[in-house]
Each structure stands twice: as structure tokens, then as C-alpha cells.
Write a protein that binds this ligand. Structure first.
Ligand code: PHE
Length: 353
């Protein structure tokens, strides 16, 4: 076969092989084997020297033409294949706008907040409004104005969190301006009476703090709901009627209440209120300690001493107050035997509400 035939055959081979490379890396392999240093075309160009001079010119020209042609074929194929590769990449990453979105989990109010709001709704429905006070409270509002004797046990540093350390303090009785974490929401009673004129119908929800060890029925920080009514002609019967109404709204019409005499420094007379056990219906079970009753709140007629501390005319007005643990109401409502689970942040538990 003549050298020119050789070149013609190589041209055909180059055209087919470059044309059929189906991706860029195959094309590169073909380039190396056809046009590279040890490729067929290089071999022809290298062999030119051994041809006789007459042939050398013609063959050399043809070989060079083929090289130029092959290079431009290669570039064209490369451009084609890169465009196809880009198209494929775009197609693979295409956004399907008809796919459903990823849903974000929706937050919800904590059970304690839900119950707090429910209690507020019940009382706002009969004309109460919400009042607030600080959690870091002056001794005066938390104890003194509420008729606690200087030596009252609730004032001890083992019951109450003092924001100023008094552990090695020998002093007798409280400093009136001492700051405590409020131990109940009752100081809001005093703040409200100092600020507003009767008639007063308020509800004061909020966090309170006691140096208690957490157990199934106690938490060192919990949520209370205070109620206060000051008006002309308010009697214990109004207090009873109000709390009976509340209990039936909260727990159902079949539940009963029981008022037991009790003592609070800031109400006289005072009572603790029990609700009939929802588990045994009053016959006695483990949940209610076999008594058939569960204590839910403290209450009483506002002591005239508290009115005097708060600037309310004791000749003209009487009133009642009550205070309940929201956490405990929540536990009762859902028969939760241990209130610690309310504040442990276990989503498996909390998501049920
Ligand atoms: N403050 C009392 C407590 O924390 C509850 C209470 C409030 C009692 C109002 C009577 C009147 O135990």
C-alpha cells in the first residue's frame, strides 16, 4: 500500500473514531492513540525522511493536511460533547416545582401555658382582667404587706430564695427592701390594690419559687394563678359560688368541691378547696390517697390588715382572694401522676397535648 493510501485510510479511521467517541474522556483516549506521540499520524510524519525526495513532498503535504483536519475535527467533537455533558448535568439537577414541600414542625403552647390560658378564659368570661407583678419581688409585697410576722417560717432562707445572700446574717426579722424570688402570686394582690381603686376583679398568673426539692407534687419553680376581688358587699358566699363555677368549667359539671378551714396570714377566714377525685369519682384510690378528694387551691376573705397595708377603705369594702397551682391543675386535668414530667422537656410527652 502506498503512503498516500495509508493516509487516506487513516483519515477514514480518524473520522469514524473521533465521531463515535461518546464522551470527553473517550475522545481524549482517541486523541492520544490517533494523534499522540506514538500515534499512527506521528509515525507517518516521522517516516517522511526515509521516502525518496520525489514522494516526500507529496506525502508530507497530505500528512500535514490530515493533521490540520484531524485537529479541527477533534475540536468540533469536543465542543459537541461538552455541550451534551452540560445539558445532561442541567437536566439531572432540574427543580421539580410540583414536588410537595418539606414541612417544618409547628410549635405549640406548653401544657402549662394552655391550662393557664384556659383558666384566664374562664375568669375573663365573668368579668376579671389580668394583672401582673415582678418575679423578683420586694419583701414588703411578698411578706410584710401580706401580714407575715417577722419570724414567719416562710421567710426563712431555707424556704425562700433571697437574691441577697443572708446565710451568715444575724439580723432579726426582715429588711423591708430585701428582694426575694416571689414565693406566691399574692404580692400582685397588694400591688393591684395600691395602684387601682375598687371594684377590683383581677387574675394574676405567673411563676413562683420555693426552696423545695422536686417530687411528684412539688417543683421549686411552678406557676400560680391568683384571684382577687374587692368590692362593696362581697361575702364568703361569693367566693364559694365563684370557685364552684370555676371547678365545674375546668373539670366538668359532675365534679364536686369541698371547703376545709385553713390558715393563711393574709385571709380570714381561710379555706383550702378540694375537688372530688376524677379517677375514682370520690370513692378513694391511690391517686387521691384514698380520700376521694384532691386539694387544688387556697382561698379566703382578704384580711383587713392587708387592706390597710394596701390603702383600701376597710369600712367600705370587703373582698376575697384565691391562689392555685396551674401545674397541679394541669396534672389533675390529665391524670398525670408526677408533675415533674411537665418541666422535663420530653417532647414525646408534651406533643400529646
Ligand atoms: N398564696 C397562697 C399560697 O401560695 C395561696 C392563697 C392565695 C391563699 C390567696 C389564700 C388566698 O399558698
Amino acid at each position: 500500500m502506498s503512503a498516500l493510501d495509508n493516509i487516506a485510510q487513516l483519515r477514514e479511521e480518524i473520522q469514524t473514531r473521533l465521531g463515535s467517541a461518546s464522551n470527553l474522556s473517550q475522545l481524549e483516549d482517541e486523541r492520544v492513540s490517533l494523534l499522540g506521540r506514538s500515534g499512527a499520524l506521528t509515525a507517518i510524519l516521522r517516516g517522511l525522511g526515509s521516502l525518496d525526495p520525489a514522494e516526500r513532498g507529496v506525502v508530507g503535504k497530505a500528512a500535514n493536511e490530515l493533521r490540520v483536519e484531524a485537529e479541527s475535527l477533534l475540536e468540533a467533537r469536543k465542543a459537541q460533547l461538552s455541550a451534551a455533558a452540560l445539558d445532561a448535568k442541567v437536566a439531572a439537577g432540574r427543580l421539580d416545582v410540583s414536588l410537595p414541600g418539606r414541612t417544618m414542625p409547628l410549635g405549640a403552647a406548653h401544657l402549662i401555658s394552655q391550662i393557664r390560658d384556659e383558666i384566664i378564659d374562664i375568669f375573663c368570661g365573668i368579668g376579671y382582667r389580668v394583672a401582673e407583678g415582678p418575679e423578683a419581688e420586694l419583701d414588703f409585697y411578698n411578706f410584710t404587706a401580706l401580714n407575715h410576722e417577722p419570724q414567719h417560717p416562710a421567710r426563712s432562707a431555707s424556704d425562700t430564695f433571697y437574691l441577697v445572700d443572708r446565710s451568715d446574717d444575724e439580723h432579726e426579722g426582715p429588711e423591708p427592701s430585701e428582694v426575694v424570688l416571689r414565693t406566691h402570686t399574692s404580692p400582685v394582690q397588694v400591688r393591684t390594690m395600691v395602684r387601682d381603686e375598687p371594684p377590683i376583679y383581677v387574675l394574676a398568673p405567673g411563676k413562683v419559687y420555693r426552696r423545695d426539692t422536686a417530687d411528684p407534687t412539688h417543683l421549686p419553680q411552678f406557676t400560680q394563678m391568683e384571684g382577687l376581688v374587692v368590692d362593696e358587699g362581697i361575702t364568703f358566699a361569693d367566693l364559694r359560688g365563684t370557685l364552684d363555677y370555676f371547678v365545674r368549667e375546668m373539670f366538668g359539671a359532675d365534679r364536686k368541691t369541698r371547703f376545709r378551714p385553713h390558715f393563711f396570714p393574709f385571709t380570714e377566714p381561710s379555706a383550702e378547696v378540694d375537688v372530688s377525685c376524677g379517677i375514682c369519682g370520690g370513692s378513694g384510690c391511690r391517686f387521691c390517697g384514698n380520700t376521694g378528694w384532691i386539694e387544688i387551691l387556697g382561698c379566703g376573705m382578704v384580711d383587713p390588715m392587708v387592706f390597710t397595708h394596701s390603702g383600701v377603705d376597710t369600712e367600705k369594702y370587703t373582698g376575697f382572694a384565691f391562689g392555685m397551682g396551674v401545674d397541679r391543675i394541669a396534672a389533675l386535668r390529665y391524670d398525670i401522676p408526677d408533675i415533674r414530667i411537665l418541666v422535663e422537656g420530653d417532647m414525646r410527652f408534651l406533643r400529646q397535648f
